[in-house]
Design a protein around this ligand. Structure first.
Ligand code: ACO
Length: 313
């Protein structure tokens, strides 16, 4: 209990669409290899003038409009990102400026890589529960411009990622169910980048695959145990969209039909913290995810980190 009510969502993708065939023109790769190993067929990258902040602001505006909440109603803005445009101000403060959020709002970023959005939801829930926010609604978003960290000559990483943003407006609901589980395995080798010695994203793809398939099913089971529910009571599983084969392996381990796991990496690639809120927005807008349904969101990625949360939408 003391969960979140999801009142509105939004998403924003940059304008430059890059297909697998586009990559195959400059790299020794193919649509067959990329789609076969990952499910990904295309992704969007920021063009000139597009930034993590512009994507975040656009997704946040849509989420506010969808929720019917004015900027003045926002007490808290939590932005999940590992690719903010600048060290400071934070992405959340850039959204504050772009949307004209009130001066009484607390704004902060969280960096938990692909676990970012689930972490941001729990951060927002706890801060709202603390009772010190000046207004009842929270803007929670995930936004990334991962293209800035990609080595476009490295076929093993650059084809996997995309830029994008997703946002949600939430408020505390004392009657709403909530259960969340998080984990960290500090490891600077398996998946890293963005430092002076390693400017580009680099990873051991097989190790990341194994890590995800080991931790995510256990995390989902732990969330269910906490909530006192079985998977039958859950309508949708919305996992971080890194790789279709990872999701199929997770489904197999949980003895579930993969169709219960939403997939959209085919269109966007891996957008890290943005992938879950983009999926939630798509699912709500196309009528797949209906009010009152129960969802488990699960993220996993660099850190290494993982986290799952059960919520009713
Ligand atoms: N096109 C063609 N060939 C390629 C490409 C490519 N784009 N990339 C790698 N290869 C080659 C390799 O060079 C290798 O060739 P070799 O056998 O001659 O050495 C061969 O394909 C096999 O490479 P593997 O890395 O063993 O391929 P694998 O089947 O493991 O698939 C992949 C690689 C897709 C990266 C997979 O390991 C994976 O999906 N891992 C998870 C990655 C992930 O999800 N990362 C992000 C999560 S977290 C975060 O987002 C921050």
């Amino acid at each position: 209990m003391n969960g979140l009510q999801l009142l509105g969502t939004g998403r924003s993708l940059p304008s430059r669409r890059v297909t697998n065939d586009d990559f195959a023109r400059t790299l020794d790769t193919s649509d067959e290899w990329i789609a076969g190993r990952t499910g990904i067929r295309q992704r969007y990258f920021c063009a000139q003038g597009e930034t993590a902040a512009s994507l975040a602001a656009s997704a946040a505006r849509q989420a506010l409009a969808d929720a019917g909440v004015a900027p003045a109603g926002i007490g808290l803005c939590v932005a999940a990102t590992f690719t903010a445009d600048r060290r400071t101000p934070s992405l959340a403060c850039e959204v504050h400026e772009a949307l004209g959020l009130p001066e009484t709002a607390l704004c902060l970023d969280v960096n938990a890589a692909c676990t970012g959005f689930v972490t941001a939801l729990e951060t927002a829930r706890c801060l709202l529960l603390g009772g010190q926010m000046a207004a009842p609604y929270a803007l929670v978003l995930g936004a990334e411009r991962i293209s800035g960290l990609l080595d476009f000559s490295d076929r093993s990483t650059c084809v996997l990622f995309g830029d994008g943003a997703g946002a949600a407006v939430v408020r505390l609901d004392p009657d709403a169910p909530w259960a969340a589980v998080f984990g960290t395995r500090g490891d600077g080798q398996v998946l890293h980048g963005g430092g002076p010695a390693d400017p580009y994203l680099a990873m051991d793809g097989r190790a990341v695959f194994r890590f995800a398939v080991e931790t995510v099913p256990a995390c989902i089971r732990a969330v269910l145990d906490k909530a006192g529910l079985t998977l039958d009571a859950v309508d949708w599983l919305v996992c971080h969209q890194a790789n279709s084969r990872i999701l199929h392996s997770i489904a197999k381990k949980l003895e579930q039909d993969p169709a219960r796991f939403y997939e959209n990496m085919q269109r966007y690639g891996n957008t890290s913290a943005a992938s879950i809120p983009i999926a939630l927005d798509e699912m709500r807008r196309d009528g797949r995810l209906r009010p009152g349904e129960t969802v488990i969101c699960a993220g996993f990625g660099a850190g290494l980190t993982w986290g799952g949360a059960l919520l009713r939408v």
